[in-house]
Design a protein around this ligand. Structure first.
Ligand SMILES: *Cc1c(COP(=O)(O)O)cnc(C)c1O
Length: 405
């Protein structure tokens, strides 16, 4: 394993998880698609089987692909390095990773304390009680009061989806001690934030987003200590929520460009955020990089930059927001985020539709809110597109009958 102290983030992104390739030898990580593996000796095979079932990271023979896959393991090593963690465990989606963490937590206690806003489906899953773990919603400054002897996990997202609200990870860790804290760090990526360095027990990513970066993979990954990873691997073996080796290959292939993609998209986001904030049709822009967007001064201290996601509220409410989504041409109206191309979506109508309406209201997910995942196009082309969509929205809101729709 390559250690963070020796190399910078950009170098690590390029070289992490590739330490065994010269021995194969190979330059690109090989894709191992075997579902089962030839066994030379039953006694050895039994010892390896026992090792995997105990949640260990290494054994000589993978035995069966649900127990272990070398292509996936290489990507896990890489992501662990990027998060400064001992280990990482990958899953078939971000939600499969969330589910594994909750199932694992359920073996230690009966409830999870969670802070809103969260990704819509995470909120829905917690609220459903489906996994047998009860959710206790808490404000960030009241987490300590919500915790009791049966609390297995504290769950938060920062920056939060879709309002970009930032939460002070170190402060939550202090208030939660000794209960482990999980941070969904999907919006930040390991390039902008490392929750474990701030005391969090788990850093979770929907790898579908920036880690993939090209809109062609669904995956999830959790970075944590080796001791915690054992429990997460055991859940994966028992529930089969595997990341496919082809997906792991694509994620590993996308890692070297993650730093430049995140920084490039962030530069575009800063430009769009400033221009949107000055636009007459826009009531408010939610972006950590704007004045007032970082009330607890977490930029620099917790997050190395404001990121590439922004949200904004249309003065004209739902109709204006819908018109902007209809009006964009270069930007794609679509859910998901973190791709090379810019995406726009309406959280109240789509990703956060499954959140209880009153909770949506309280956390600021209103009908006029739009979320933009800023991509790597030329900033001026993006602004031209947004500006003409905003102009169309203004016309429709001002004179709905004239618009003829
Ligand atoms: C998309 C997303 C998830 C869920 O990930 P999937 O890969 O879609 O299952 C979880 N958290 C955040 C912040 C997300 O954006």
């Amino acid at each position: 394993m390559i250690h963070r102290k020796k190399l910078g983030t950009d170098s690590l992104a390029i070289h992490a998880g590739r330490g065994d390739l010269h021995r194969i030898p190979a330059h690109a990580p090989p894709i191992d698609l075997s579902s089962t593996y030839p066994l030379a000796d039953l006694e050895w095979a039994t010892a390896d089987f026992d090792a995997w079932v105990a949640g260990k990271a290494h054994a000589a023979n993978p035995i069966y692909a649900r127990l272990h896959n070398p292509t996936v393991a290489r990507y896990e090593d890489a992501l662990a390095v990027m998060e400064g963690a001992e280990a990482a465990v990958a899953y078939g989606s971000g939600m499969a990773a969330v589910t594994a963490c909750l199932l694992d937590a359920r073996t230690r206690g009966r409830n999870v304390v969670a802070i809103r806003p969260l990704y819509g489906t995470t909120d829905h899953l917690l609220e459903s009680g489906m996994l047998g773990i009860e959710v206790r919603w808490a404000e960030a400054d009241r987490v300590g009061e919500a915790i009791d002897a049966d609390t297995a996990l504290v769950f938060l997202e920062t920056p939060g989806n879709p309002t970009l609200k930032m939460i002070d990870i170190a402060a939550i860790v202090r208030r939660s001690c000794p209960v482990p804290v999980l941070v969904d760090s999907t919006f930040a990526t390991p390039i902008l934030q490392n929750p474990l360095a701030l005391g969090a027990a788990y850093a979770l990513h929907s790898a579908t987003k920036f880690l993939s970066g090209h809109g062609d993979v669904i995956g999830g990954i959790v970075a944590c200590s080796e001791a915690r990873a054992k429990g997460l691997r055991q859940v994966r073996i028992m529930t089969g929520a595997l990341l496919h080796p082809l997906a792991a290959f694509l994620l590993h292939r996308a890692l070297p460009t993650l730093p430049v993609r995140v920084r490039g998209a962030q530069e575009n986001a800063k430009i769009l955020a400033e221009r949107l904030a000055a636009h007459a049709a826009v009531a408010r822009v939610l972006y950590p990089g704007l004045p007032g967007g970082d009330p607890e001064s977490l930029l620099g201290r917790q997050m190395r930059g404001p990121g590439a996601i922004l949200s904004f509220v249309m003065k004209g409410g739902y109709d204006a927001a819908a018109a902007v989504m209809r009006g964009v041409k270069l930007i794609t109206a679509a859910v998901s985020l973190g791709s090379t191309d810019t995406l726009i979506q309406h959280p109240a109508g789509l990703t956060h539709r499954v959140v209880e309406p009153s909770a949506r209201e309280r956390t600021g997910i209103g009908e006029g809110l739009l979320r933009v995942s800023v991509g790597l196009e030329d900033a001026e082309d993006l602004w031209d597109d947004l500006e003409s969509a905003l102009a169309a929205a203004e016309r429709i809101v001002a004179a709905p009958a004239v618009a003829g729709i």
